[in-house]
Write a protein that binds this ligand. Structure first.
Ligand code: GDP
Ligand code: MG
Length: 162
């Protein structure tokens, strides 16, 4: 089994954008992989020379359900399958109640969590990140998934954790 990175976060923070960026090569998408369930998207990504799987947990949310249920399901996926969790937040919108709910559950995980502040393109990234220190999940890694910024640094950080 390859190491698994789970993308977790409330809707619209950019999980799928990052997933697509990481898995953009032609044969990166994983159609079938024994031991993994089918209701979410898996792709291949390389950390240096090391192949990993990345999982976009976004598809498991039902809009009619509250954020608590959403967070619980995402964390369940992360617990079951992930070796590392990317907890994504939106640097433009700042810290939200949903972020805090998800952070509370993630903090109880006995797995490494990397706080990722996305959408730092065109804004003062350091100002935007300062909000998120209160989540007590360490220093945020600042990225722009749509512009590919900060992603080498993010992957380097994971590489050190795995
Ligand atoms: P998800 O619900 O977490 O999967 O979020 P999506 O990947 O669908 O992205 C939600 C919206 O944010 C889309 O309109 C994206 O184009 C936009 N978005 C994602 N990443 C970035 C980014 O780095 N910068 C900006 N400005 N917008 C982004
Ligand atoms: Mg999505």
């Amino acid at each position: 089994m390859l190491p698994v990175i789970a993308l977790v976060g409330r809707p619209n923070v950019g999980k799928s954008t990052l997933f697509n960026y990481l898995t953009r090569s032609r044969d990166a998408l994983v159609a079938d992989f024994s031991g993994l369930t089918r209701d979410r998207q898996y792709g291949r990504v390389k950390l240096g020379d090391r192949p990993c799987l990345v999982v976009d947990t976004g598809g498991i949310a039902d809009d009619a359900e509250g954020i608590e249920s959403f967070a619980r399901k995402q964390v369940q996926v992360a617990l079951e399958e992930a070796d590392v969790v990317f907890f994504m937040v939106d640097a433009r919108e700042g810290l939200s109640v949903s972020d805090k709910v998800i952070a509370d559950t993630l903090r109880k995980l006995q797995k490494p969590v990397i706080l990722v502040t996305n959408k730092v393109d065109g804004i003062d990234a350091n100002m935007a990140a300062s909000d998120f220190y209160s989540l007590a999940l360490g220093e945020p890694v600042q990225i722009s998934a749509s512009h590919g910024r900060g992603i080498p640094e993010l992957l380097e950080k994971v590489d050190q954790l795995l």
